[in-house]
Design a protein around this ligand. Structure first.
Ligand SMILES: Cc1cc2nc3c(=O)[nH]c(=O)nc-3n(C[C@H](O)[C@H](O)[C@H](O)COP(=O)(O)O)c2cc1C
Length: 367
């Protein structure tokens, strides 16, 4: 986030912000260490289930809600639930994206277990849709999944990408992981679509407010709730300090904070040389889990290849105001009747910071 945050600051702040920046000591202590601690705890457990779970909780997931909960009361098993109090009723009314996030979590659990010489088999939705997402059973003996090596470096890169094409050779290496789109005309069409769809989300009061309510602005808020949309670091702290960055300013469409935020997103969405999709012929809960499992493998592979990936889901969201863009996305990106489960920007992005996580202990509901 740093480069665009800096730009945001320059545009918005002028002298006030620079004066606040000179309060250097305050700013240099703005890293939310507590919210980032689960990254350092990954791999620091003796129970193999906890060991693998400590990596699984680093999975990408919508709005970083981290809806997973686990029951460890049966030996060699993990019963995995989705915490419905973390739902996103406006932007994800059918819980499709949240289920995809659970798929990312399951796959990461399975990948991590291989590093500890364990195989994980999943019994999906053993009690139907309203029960657990899965029962994971651990057994000994397997080979290490090479994607494990990239778990700690994987990110959803919410930044402008370099004006540099994705080389054909790299795109080909991703072909087993997702659909890669590099055709210039198609890229231009998706760019426009993603921007129009983003504006619908921003201009639909209930969907915009859903995101604003999940903003964690500054270190104290991020540490208190290490989930949602984290706006941290010295620059955001400064904007908060001088009153430019607040939930109120983001809800006020006339404020400079809102307007510049919109410009920042437009720049980011424009700076995209390629896209990736994951589609499926139908969209059962099992298909959504499978899509999540594919997405995290794609994201780990892009990391391995030095590429950045960023999910952009607005055009895939299922609420009436988005219908036109949803239809266009499906006409463009999927066969008739199929579902586009994930759409992401692909390119060369900067190295970005880790996102916050709740500790594993906060997610164990039994055992
Ligand atoms: C199903 C799904 C949909 C997502 N949609 C978006 C999106 O529309 N825009 C966005 O910036 N990030 C999106 N993300 C990325 C999450 O915001 C991100 O995974 C989360 O904040 C954690 O950050 P990390 O992936 O860098 O660890 C999505 C992730 C998933 C799994």
């Amino acid at each position: 986030m740093q480069s665009s945050r800096r730009k945001f600051l320059t545009i918005l702040g002028g002298g006030t912000v620079l004066a606040a920046i000179s309060a250097g000591t305050f700013l240099s202590t703005r890293t939310p260490h507590q919210a980032l601690a689960p990254w350092d705890m990954a791999g620091n457990y003796t129970d193999v289930r906890k060991w693998a779970l400590s990596y699984a909780l680093l999975a990408p997931n919508p709005h970083n809600r981290q809806p997973w909960q686990v029951d460890l009361s049966i030996a060699d098993q993990v019963t995995i639930y989705r915490d419905k109090s973390k739902d996103l009723p406006h932007t994800d009314p059918f819980e499709r994206q949240l289920t995809i996030g659970m798929g990312c979590f399951l796959e990461l659990l399975s990948i991590a277990a291989t590093k500890a010489n364990h195989k994980v088999s999943f019994d999906l939705f053993p009690e139907g849709e309203d029960g657990p997402i899965a029962i994971a059973t651990f057994s000994k003996g397997t080979t290490v999944d090479p994607l494990f090596a990239h778990v700690m470096d994987r990110r959803s890169c919410k930044e402008p990408f370099l004006d540099k094409a994705v080389p054909v050779a790299l795109a080909q290496q991703l072909s087993g992981y997702g659909n890669v789109i590099t055709d210039a005309d198609k890229v231009a069409t998706i760019k426009k679509l993603s921007w129009n769809a983003w504006m619908v989300e921003a201009e639909t009061p209930r969907t915009w407010k859903e995101s604003i309510d999940l903003m964690r602005i500054g270190k104290a808020e991020i540490n208190a709730n290490p989930d949602g949309i984290d706006l941290g670091g010295p620059l955001m702290a400064t904007l908060k300090l001088v009153g430019i960055m607040s939930r109120e300013s983001q809800l006020d469409k006339e404020s400079s904070g809102y307007k510049e935020g919109v410009k920042m997103y437009q720049n980011m969405l424009n700076a995209t040389p390629a896209y990736c999709t994951i589609t499926s012929p139908s969209s059962s809960r099992e298909d959504q889990i499978a899509a999540g499992r594919k997405w995290i493998r794609l994201n780990l592979m892009t990391t391995a290849l030095g590429l950045s990936l960023h999910p952009i889901s607005q055009a895939l969201q299922e609420y009436p105001e988005m219908a036109e863009h949803y239809t266009q996305a499906h006409q463009l990106l999927a066969e008739p009747g199929h579902t586009v489960q994930m759409l992401g920007r692909l390119g060369f992005g900067p190295t970005i910071a880790r996102t916050p996580r709740w500790p594993l202990e906060a997610k164990i509901i039994n055992g």
